[in-house]
Design a protein around this ligand. Sequence first.
Ligand code: DOR
Ligand code: ZN
Length: 456
Amino acid sequence: MGTDDDPGGPDGAPERTGHVAWILVGRAQVRGRLQPVEIAIDDDGIIAALGRDLRGGPRHDVGDSVILPAATDLHVHLREPGGPRDVETLASGTIQAALGGVGLVGDMPNTIPPVTDSDGVEEKARRVPGRAAVDVLLYALPVRPRALARLAETAGGFKVYLSPTTGVEEVPASVEVPGLLARLAELGLPVSVHAEDPSRFRTDLPDRGLADWNARRPAAAELAAVASLGEAPPSLRLHVAHVTTGTVADRLRAAGVSFEATPHHLLLSERSGDSSYRKVNPPLRSEADRAALWARFRRGEVPCLASDHAPHSLDTKDRPFDLAPSGMPGVETMLPLMLARVRASELELGTLVAAASDRPSRWVGQPRGRLAVGHRADLLVVDFRARTRLEARRLHAPCGWTAFEGWEAIFPREHYLRGERIVEDGQYIGRSVGEVVRPEYARSHPPARTRTGARP
Ligand code: DOR
Ligand code: ZN
């Protein structure tokens, strides 16, 4: 990961000659090995130099704690505008991100109203300055053909829902999908797809618990939807959200398509308790599917980790299973759960950082996610001895619950956004300096994983 043989700035970024504001001293993984490192950060919050015996500014020495690039979570639902403010807001969601080591979130467009035109994007963007704890990329729904050209100038990416889900009732007919993807490829923005084919849903089956939910929205629906993406032009910056099975992961990997897996699909299954708190779209799968997805994640075959942070109130989740909404919070716990798996020797740190930080940042054309000169100093300090057990009452989700109660986690002790400390001793101390970001290299630079042109 990280600094490996990096010759300098990211493609297209200028060499840094700025004044060194300060130097972070600790350990980091360099060429696959944890070793002492010093990171010089300039006045713009950019990494100016990496090495040993750096000079030019005050030093902050974190001893044998580990310095990591902050995560980029491509998939959160911050529920603004229109959501109940006691469940989530832009401010509360991004503070959870900061505490969980996420420096950039991709906010989904299924708000009330949904984001379907540039006015909708601008309305969301106006809420960010002074309220967002971390950076935000705004997705839009490409459902109004005449709004697309302007949307491509304002949004950070598109989200295509192939099946209905929370806040999304109308989806494109399958015959319309190839034309839509061809048009989106021309616009150049990243496109994330919720891939479930509703014609494969079994609404005739019972709806009483997680196993029923898995049978009603089966893995076959996901596979069918992914197969339909085979028509996508190779130039489309395509990404498939929340992949749940090894079969789908293998197909997408063979086709060179970016995709993500969530902590809940990696760690929980339909057997994790028949609770509506774990009802989610796509559903938690069988234990065998979960194990197969985890095996691929461990082997570095899942390009991105994303939370699909989708909070709902205790009241609505407390309803009978068939009436409860789908979704669970996760942006605060995503990286801490995985850092605990690293500590338990179940996952390599480099594999985690590639999936949590580097590849998702590349997919959205952001110079972050690696310890490299010219990249943003969005950095975490992690003490791997600081293990805790998750407890909803000590987390910061206003909804007040987690599907991972009692799970082991390691939270970052410090978090820096553009070189500025926003988390200290595990507490949020930031000034809400998050900004709206858009892909910087989307048109001229290919993502890390180039499409092979093979059909998924
Ligand atoms: O479980 C889900 N919840 N899946 C989605 O696709 C949407 C999300 C939400 O917004 O609640
Ligand atoms: Zn989602």
